[in-house]
Design a protein around this ligand. Structure first.
Ligand SMILES: *[C@@H]1O[C@H](CO)[C@@H](O)[C@H](O)[C@H]1NC(C)=O
Ligand SMILES: *[C@@H]1O[C@H](CO)[C@@H](O)[C@H](O)[C@H]1NC(C)=O
Ligand SMILES: *[C@@H]1O[C@H](CO)[C@@H](O)[C@H](O)[C@H]1NC(C)=O
Ligand SMILES: *[C@@H]1O[C@H](CO)[C@@H](O)[C@H](O)[C@H]1NC(C)=O
Ligand SMILES: *[C@@H]1O[C@H](CO)[C@@H](O)[C@H](O)[C@H]1NC(C)=O
Ligand SMILES: *[C@@H]1O[C@H](CO)[C@@H](O)[C@H](O)[C@H]1NC(C)=O
Length: 567
C-alpha cells in the first residue's frame, strides 16, 4: 500500500513540475559572483576572512545547496573612508550580485546609497550601527546583532544595579555616535541618562585620551560605558589605569569590542589584562549546538599557519561565527532566488548613462535586475547555522537578540549572566526562556556576583562628589550659643555640630551627588536672626541667591534652619 502511495505522489509531483513553474525556471549558471569587503588586518577582519572562505568552500562542496551553481567570491580591503567606497564601487562594475560587508559602519553608510541605486544587497555581520537598519537603506541587511540591543542590555544592567547616570566614551564617527544615541534612548526608557558624552576623534592619541579621562574623573558619575574599536579601546584602559581610574568605586562597561579582542587575541599580554580587571563586557550570544561545536573544533585547522600576535593562535570570535552564517544565508537566498525564476542579469543605469563621457566611467556601474527579488529572499531565509536560528523579524533584525554578560577576572573571563530581548537579565541561557511567557518583573531579573575594579565584590555606589559641578550654597547661622548644634570651627571655613553631622549623614545616603558649600551667616558676635535669614532668601539676596534645583536640598536647608532656631 505504501509503495503505491509513494508512486502516486511521485507521478503527481512530476506532473506539477512538468506543467508548472519549474519548467519556466532558466538553467542555473555555473557561477554566481559575490564580493566581500573586509579590513584584513583588524581584529574582526582577520577572523572573518577565514570564516567567509570556509563558508564558501563548504557551500561549494555541497551541490544540494545551490543546485550545482558555485559561489565565486572576491575579497577586497575595506579601507576606511573614501577608499572603502571606491573598493565597493569596483564590485559594482562587475557582475557581483551581493556583497558580504562592508566591515565598518562608516563605509556602510556611504555605500548603502550606491547599493540602493544599483540594487545590490549588502549583508554585513559587523556594521551594527542602529541607524543602518533604517528603512532609508533597504539594501543593507544586518546579519549580526543590531547595537540597539547591546545598548538595551547596558541600560538594563545600569538599572539593575540601581545607578542613574552614566558617562559615555566613544569614537566620534557614525558607529560611535549612533550607538551612543541608542544608549541614551534606552537609558531614558528606564529613567536613567548619560550625564556626560565624551567623544574621542576616531584616531585619538594617548594625549587626547588622557585629557578626556581627566575631565571624566572630575565629574560625578563613576559608571563609564566605552563604545569604541578593538584597535584603540585598550589604550583607554591603559590611560585609565595610569590615572588611577581602574580602582574601587569605578564601574566600566564596554560594548562587545572588548570581548572580541579577548576571544581573538587570547591570552592578551599581561599588561593589557591588568588594565581591564573588573570590567564588564558584552558578547553576542550564540547557543551551544552540534553545528557550532563542529565549527569551533575545525577552527585550529582552518587557521593553521596564521597567528594573532606573537606566537598565539588566532581565536574564533563571535564575528567569525556570524560571518560564516552570512555566507550560508546568502547561499540559501540565492537558491530560493533561482527557484523563483530569478536570473542574473544587469542593465545600465539610465541616470548614470547620462553622465557618459567623463573620465570616471560611472556608466560602467550596473543595476542588478534581480536585486529586489534577491533581497526579499534574503529577508525570508529560515535556517539554522553555527549562530543558532537565522531568521529575520519583520523589522529586518535577526530574531532573538541576546548577549552574554562577561566579567573580566584574572587571566580570563567569567560569564555572570545573559541578556535577552525576550526576558531581560537572567542566569539561565535565553533559549530556555523562549518557551515561557516573557517575564520582565524586577524579581525575575538576575545576574551572578561581579568582581568590580579594585578587586572588590561590593557594588560601587556609582557616583562621587564632583570636582567641577556647581555647589549648593547653604547659609548656616554663625551662632555664639549652643555651639554643639552648629558652629564654625574657629580659624577655618568648616562647620561642626549635631546639625552638620545629621546633614552629612543624610546627604551620603542620597543616590546622587549633591556638592555643597556651607556659608556662615551672622556677625559671629551675636546669634543671627533666622527669620531674617529666610527673608533674605525670598528677597533673593546675592549671597544666598542660588537656584535650589533639587528639592532634597531645600528640605535640608530647613532642617538645619529649624534645628538651629529650636535651640
Ligand atoms: C597589520 O597590523 C600589524 C600590527 O597590528 C602591522 O605591523 C602591519 O603592518 C599591518 N599590515 C597591514 C597590511 O596593514
Ligand atoms: C531574466 O529575467 C528577466 C525578467 O526578470 C527577463 O526579462 C529576461 O528575459 C530573463 N533572462 C533570461 C536569460 O532568462
Ligand atoms: C552598459 O554600457 C556600457 C557602455 O557604457 C556597455 O559597454 C555595457 O555593455 C552596457 N551594459 C549593459 C548590461 O547593457
Ligand atoms: C522555519 O523552519 C523551522 C524548521 O527549521 C520551521 O519549524 C518553521 O515553521 C519555519 N518558519 C517559517 C516562517 O517558515
Ligand atoms: C525586542 O523586543 C521588543 C519588545 O519586547 C519587540 O517589539 C521587538 O520585536 C523585539 N526584537 C526582536 C528582534 O525580537
Ligand atoms: C516572573 O518571575 C517572577 C520571579 O521569578 C515570578 O514570581 C513571577 O510569577 C513571574 N511572572 C510571570 C508572569 O511569569
Amino acid at each position: 500500500m505504501k509503495t503505491i502511495w509513494i508512486l502516486v505522489l511521485v507521478v503527481f509531483y512530476n506532473g506539477i513540475s512538468l506543467n508548472g513553474v519549474a519548467t519556466n525556471v532558466p538553467a542555473r549558471p555555473p557561477f554566481v559572483s559575490i564580493g566581500a569587503l573586509l579590513s584584513f588586518n583588524s581584529t574582526i577582519g582577520k577572523v572573518a576572512k577565514v570564516a567567509i572562505q570556509a563558508a564558501v568552500d563548504d557551500v561549494n562542496s555541497d551541490p544540494s545547496i545551490l543546485g550545482g551553481t558555485k559561489l565565486r567570491i572576491a575579497m577586497s580591503a575595506d579601507k576606511s573612508g573614501f577608499l572603502g567606497i571606491i573598493e565597493a564601487l569596483k564590485f559594482m562594475e562587475t557582475d557581483t550580485v551581493a556583497i558580504v560587508g562592508p566591515q565598518s559602519s562608516v563605509t556602510a553608510h556611504a555605500i548603502s546609497f550606491v547599493a540602493n541605486e544599483l540594487q545590490i544587497p549588502l549583508l554585513s555581520y559587523s556594521s551594527t550601527d542602529p541607524a543602518l537598519s533604517s528603512p532609508q537603506f533597504p539594501f543593507f541587511v544586518m546579519t549580526a546583532r543590531n547595537d540597539l540591543y547591546q545598548m538595551a542590555a547596558i541600560a538594563e544592567i545600569v538599572d539593575y544595579y540601581g545607578w542613574k547616570e552614566v558617562i559615555a566614551i566613544f569614537g566620534d564617527d557614525d558607529y560611535g555616535r549612533n550607538g551612543i544615541a541608542a544608549l541614551g534612548d534606552k537609558l531614558a526608557e528606564r529613567r536613567c541618562k548619560i550625564s556626560f558624552k565624551a567623544p574621542l576623534t576616531p584616531a585619538a592619541t594617548r594625549e587626547e585620551i588622557t585629557d578626556l579621562l581627566i575631565k571624566v574623573a572630575l565629574t560625578e558619575s563613576r559608571i563609564l560605558v566605552v563604545h569604541t574599536f578593538s584597535s584603540w579601546g585598550p589604550v583607554v584602559f591603559s590611560v585609565a589605569q595610569y590615572l588611577g581610574m581602574m580602582g574601587p568605586g569605578y564601574v566600566w562597561i564596554t560594548t562587545n569590542w572588548l570581548s572580541t579582542l579577548l576571544e581573538t587575541d587570547s591570552p592578551l599580554p599581561a599588561g593589557t589584562l591588568d588594565d581591564i580587571q573588573g570590567v564588564l563586557t558584552l558578547r553576542m550570544y550564540t547557543p551551544d549546538s552540534e553545528l557550532k561545536r563542529k565549527f569551533v573544533s575545525r577552527w585550529s585547522t582552518l587557521t593553521s599557519g596564521t597567528t594573532a600576535y606573537g606566537s598565539n593562535p588566532m581565536g574564533l570570535s563571535t564575528y567569525g561565527l556570524y560571518a560564516y552564517d552570512t555566507v550560508w544565508l546568502l547561499a540559501h537566498a540565492i537558491n530560493a532566488f533561482f527557484d523563483q525564476g530569478g536570473n542574473i542579469s544587469f542593465s545600465n543605469d539610465s541616470r548614470l548613462a547620462a553622465l557618459r563621457g567623463g573620465s570616471l566611467h560611472l556608466d560602467a556601474l550596473n543595476i542588478f535586475n534581480g536585486g529586489n527579488l534577491l533581497r526579499q529572499n534574503i529577508l525570508q531565509v529560515n535556517m539554522t547555522g553555527v549562530t543558532g536560528k537565522v531568521k529575520f523579524n519583520p523589522d529586518g533584525n535577526l530574531i532573538h537578540p541576546a548577549y552574554d554578560i562577561i566579567n573580566v577576572i584574572g587571566n580570563g573571563i567569567r560569564r555572570i549572566g545573559y541578556w535577552s530581548n525576550y526576558s531581560g537579565l537572567s542566569v539561565v541561557p535565553p533559549e530556555t526562556l523562549y518557551s515561557r511567557p516573557p517575564n520582565r518583573s524586577s524579581s525575575s531579573q538576575k545576574l551572578h556576583g561581579v568582581i568590580w575594579p579594585g578587586q572588590t565584590a561590593q557594588k560601587p555606589r556609582g557616583w562621587v562628589f564632583p570636582e567641577n559641578g556647581r555647589h549648593l550654597r547653604i547659609a548656616v547661622p554663625s551662632r555664639v550659643s549652643y555651639c554643639e548644634f552648629v558652629s564654625q570651627v574657629p580659624g577655618t571655613d568648616k562647620f561642626a555640630g549635631y546639625c552638620i553631622d545629621v546633614f552629612t549623614a543624610a546627604i551620603n545616603l542620597l543616590p546622587y551627588a549633591v556638592p555643597y558649600k556651607l556659608i556662615p551667616y551672622g556677625d559671629g558676635v551675636t546669634n543671627p536672626s533666622c527669620t531674617e535669614l529666610v527673608q533674605l532668601i525670598t528677597a533673593g539676596v546675592s549671597v544666598l541667591k542660588q537656584k535650589l534645583y533639587r528639592f532634597s536640598k531645600v528640605q535640608w536647608f530647613f532642617v538645619v534652619y529649624s534645628v538651629s532656631s529650636f535651640i
